[in-house]
Structure formats: C-alpha cells, structure tokens
Ligand binder design. Sequence first.
Ligand code: HEM
Length: 401
Amino acid sequence: MSSSITPLLHPETARQCPFAPPAPYTERREEQPLSRIVLWDGSTPWLATRFDDVRRILKDSRFSADTSRPGYPFRSAGLRALTEGRRNFGQMDDPEHGRLRGMLAGEFTLSRMERLRPEIQRIVDGFIDQLADRTPPADLVSEFALPIPSLVICRLLGAPYSDRAFFQKHSMTLLDRSRNEGEVANAESELSRFLSELVDQKSSDPQDDLLSRLVAEREATGQLTRAEIVGIARLLLVAGHETTANMIALSALALLTHPEQLAAVRNDPALVKGSVEELLRYLSVAQTGLSRVAVEDIEWGDETIRAGEGIVCMLNTANRDPRQFTSPDDLDVRRDARSHVAFGFGVHHCLGHPLARLELQVALETLLRRLPNLRLAVSPDELSYRYEMAVFGVRELPVAW
Ligand code: HEM
C-alpha cells in the first residue's frame, strides 16, 4: 500500500450535517486524490473522492463492475451473498451488460417518459389529495415520498400495487448493510419467487406493461431467458423506488430547512427542474459510492492500481468537490448542477434517470403548489436518518401544512 494515510473506516462515521458527506471523507478528498478504505471484511480497496477521478474511473473500461471478479469490493456481507450466482446487468461488463441494458433502453427514453407525465401527475395528485383531506401532522415519507415511486414502478412493470408492503420490506433488506447474508439471501429469494410468478402471469395473460413486452418480444424470440427477465424485474423494482423515495423526502427536508431556497422555488416554478438537479447533487443519496475492480495494472497519478484491486468511487464527495462546483456545500437552486454524478457516469449511468427526474419534478412542484404552508412538524434535531442503508434518507418526516 503506497498511501501513508490510515485507511478510512466503512461504513461511514456519523455525519455532522445530515445532508453532507461525513467529514473524514471530505478531508480525504482535499488531502490526496486516491487513498485506501477498510471494508467490513478487512479488505482495503482504493477510495476515489474527487469529481474528476470518479468520472474518469467510471468511464474507463479497465475498471470492471463485474461482481464475480476476484477483488471486487463488496460494501457488505449481504451484498456479496446477493450477487453470488445471480448477477444483474448492473454487475456485469460489456458486451453482456450492453446486450441486456439495450433491451430496456427503449422503455426509458425521454420521449416515453414525457408520455408518462400525465399519469405520474395523476398519481402525485392522488396522494396529495389524501394528505390535504387529513388533519396534520402526517409523515411525508410513508404518505407521499415512498408511495409515489412504488406506484409508478408497479404501473411500469405491471406489478400489483396491493403487494407493496411485501416488496418494500424485502427491497429495504437488500439495501440494508447491517443485515447478514441469511437475511439478504432470504429477501432475495422471496422477491424472486414473487416476480417469477408475476412473469408467469404476463406470459399467460399479457398486458400493456414492460414485463409483458419482455416476455412477448424478447423471450419468445430467444433473446432473453425467463430467469433473465426475473432478474431485470428485481433490479428495476429495487432500483426504481427506494432511491427516488429517499430523494423526494430528503429534498423536501432540505428545502424546508433552507427557507430562502424554498421561497425561490415556490415563487418561480420554472426553477423546479434546475432545483431537482441541484438537490440530486447536494444530497447524493447513493451514499456508499460505486464499486469497481481493476482488470489490469493502471497508473493513476502517483499511484499504481494493481489488477484485481478494488476501488470505491464516492459520489457524495465528488458532487461537493470545489474543483467542479463553486461553494459546493451551499444549496443553491439557481446553480447549473447538471454535471453532477448522482446517477453515476459511463456505461452504467442510471438507466432510470429520466423517470427519476420526472417523478422528482412532478412530486416537488405539486407538493409546494398544493401545500403552500408546508412546514416541519418537529424540530430538525428530532429526525432520524438511514445511516446504515446504501441509499441515504430520513426515516420519517412529520410535516404540517
Ligand atoms: C444505476 C442512482 C433511480 C434503475 C444507477 C447508478 C446510480 C443510480 C448511481 C449507477 C450504478 C453503477 O454505476 O454501479 C439512482 C438515483 C435514483 C435512481 C439517485 C433516484 C433519484 C432509478 C430508477 C430506476 C433506476 C427510477 C428504474 C426504474 C437503474 C438501473 C441501473 C441504475 C437499471 C443499472 C444501470 C446499468 O448498470 O447499466 N442508478 N437511480 N434507477 N439505476 Fe438508478
């Protein structure tokens, strides 16, 4: 190990500010470009914290996302158990990754998403109506932030929303780094069983939904196996609701605790789109970063990354790198934050980003318009946060209006 710095501990030390990366990670970014981190299993992969390094690594095919390669840095025991023998395309390299991703690309285009806008607006209006009819306070996480992406992904896949408690519970377990291998494996097999039955139904009774189309157009032609379709369904279900749900709730909290920013967006709805980009940057909810493993020896600045060594790219410190963003610790809804890496970068860049962006824009615009007196119903220091989860967030957000 060439780094003279003591390796950093993972999982994160508690944050000083709930919105900012833990201070030791930020300090690391300012001290040196690459350093080392200690993972749960005692391994010491590299750590990249700067914007430029993170982007270059994620774009470089000498760094592999294939979890079956020796040295891949798993961020928890559960995650390692999850991928054994059952990799999804996010955990593969091209050309295998590109083959599977390519079959979904048409489902997530900007124009297809724009056609979904009225449906998403109806869904958001429905949950706001229910809130507005109630006597405050209410928990914005369980009453608004979580149900919206859950219902949207159910509609997209053609999954019954009535089963949400079941799949929300198991998805949470998959993303919880404090769960052991047995718990994660059990959640995975429960979800796969549920989705396998669902795909069987799509085969016998096709509807106008993504899973039915995959069965009819890809399985029937021999391009995808049934097991691959179930794997895709699981990836979309898990990736599609936890991330967006936490972004919606945490964005509301960030605005409510920055009154001048909140006022700016309220007074000028044209700022919503840009605010969503700034909130994605500022909050960077994928808090454990992205893992890769070097497939050959790579010279990186003053360091040599050896073939088989892992590297963890931190998105939250990259998104607050002063080399890329001026006053990066300020939430500024008027800044152009579009270059952020909250959705990753390179070939694995988030497939669902047009959907996530649309949901965030509609949810925030509607929330602020329909509940003009929205405010926290507790003091901010009474809130509890998801430090142990791969996706950061606030557990409950009591609000009044
Ligand atoms: C990949 C973040 C919403 C589906 C990713 C990656 C990030 C990310 C950082 C890159 C992973 C890597 O390079 O290893 C987010 C955030 C979201 C969000 C912050 C919400 C605010 C969604 C939604 C969907 C989705 C709504 C689908 C419905 C995917 C898929 C991948 C992915 C399928 C794997 C892409 C690939 O490996 O080619 N996401 N995501 N995500 N995301 Fe998202």
